[in-house]
Design a protein around this ligand. Structure first.
Ligand code: CA
Length: 297
């Protein structure tokens, strides 16, 4: 684990309406505070004709605003940001019949100067980490199917096609208060993080997401992932953010093999020295034998 330089973090976002929806109710944003820390947010709105888009936009705006102005530590900041977004959306929903019942998911990654990143989430938008060739999901969906899976009632395969797979158990703005999951994440140089709405995770299998993150910088990865969701019918709005922690680049990935090569060359040299030493000893013994024979005859 080592300290992170947020300013050297490479990141990109992409969002798309998809192939079947008429409007994009997802939203995303990227913010920096006065200390140079960075915050990435994805929100997937739901409810009514316009409500979903209003809710997700309000969530991203409010979370960003609290992040930029908060003087608390990362955990307190994220909690306050999500709670504030919840309140603002809930209040706005009371003001207009069109917006009644609107809500949104929220997933946010805070990259500061410490050794940890911080993750906050509500709903079924996800965060993943790609490290050492492996994709790991960092969030647990607050959804009916995830809860059923955890109780052993259905399998992952059944969850993926379950008729109620869109039912989420926690969201921002639907109730007057919300429980937010906030977690520190131990980061390593070269880690790649993905925030996404279910428009990606419900249609693109994880091994394919991993392959894209393995081979591409954030800008290319973000646009490829959105394309892949659309190629699979784009049944939902799709939003992705890809964040790459500096260090651990391709050069560094190659270095261990180079060092392994150097080590085996070193072993070859040592073996040659041993052979030379043995040959030298035999030579000295032969010379001694010749001298002894000459001296004794
Ligand atoms: Ca969605």
């Amino acid at each position: 684990m080592s300290a992170i330089d947020p300013s050297a973090t490479d990141a990109a976002s992409a969002t798309d309406t998809g192939q079947t929806r008429s409007n994009n109710q997802d939203a995303c944003g990227e913010f920096s505070d006065a200390d140079g820390a960075r915050l990435f947010v994805v929100a997937d709105g739901m409810g009514g004709h316009a409500g979903g888009a209003v809710a997700s936009r309000l969530a991203v705006e409010t979370i960003g605003k609290v992040f930029r102005t908060s003087s608390e530590g990362p955990e307190g900041t994220l909690r306050a940001a999500f709670e504030s977004a919840n309140e603002r959306i809930f209040e706005r929903a009371q003001e207009s019949e069109d917006l009644a019942g609107m809500g949104t998911t929220g997933v946010a990654l805070l990259v500061g100067e410490g050794e940890h990143l911080w993750l906050a989430h509500v709903g079924d938008s996800r965060a993943y980490r790609f490290r050492d060739g492996r994709l790991e999901r960092l969030t647990t969906d607050h959804s009916l199917v995830e809860a059923m899976q955890q109780r052993g009632l259905i399998t992952a395969e059944e969850a993926a096609v379950h008729p109620e797979r869109n039912v989420i158990l926690r969201s921002l703005g639907v109730q007057s208060s919300v429980e937010v999951d906030v977690t520190p994440i131990a980061s390593e140089p070269g880690d790649r993080y993905l925030l996404c709405s279910d428009g990606l995770s419900s249609v693109v299998p994880e091994p394919e997401i991993a392959a894209v993150l393995a081979r591409n910088r954030p800008a290319a990865a973000a646009s490829l992932l959105v394309d892949m969701a659309n190629q699979r019918g784009g049944p939902d709005n799709v939003t992705v953010q890809v964040i790459q922690i500096p260090g651990g680049t391709r050069e560094e990935a190659i270095a261990p093999r180079v060092r392994a090569g150097a080590a085996s060359a070193g072993r070859r040299l040592a073996r040659m020295r041993r052979v030379a030493l043995a040959a030298g000893l035999v030579g000295v013994l032969l010379l001694a034998l010749v001298l002894w024979m000459v001296a004794t005859h």
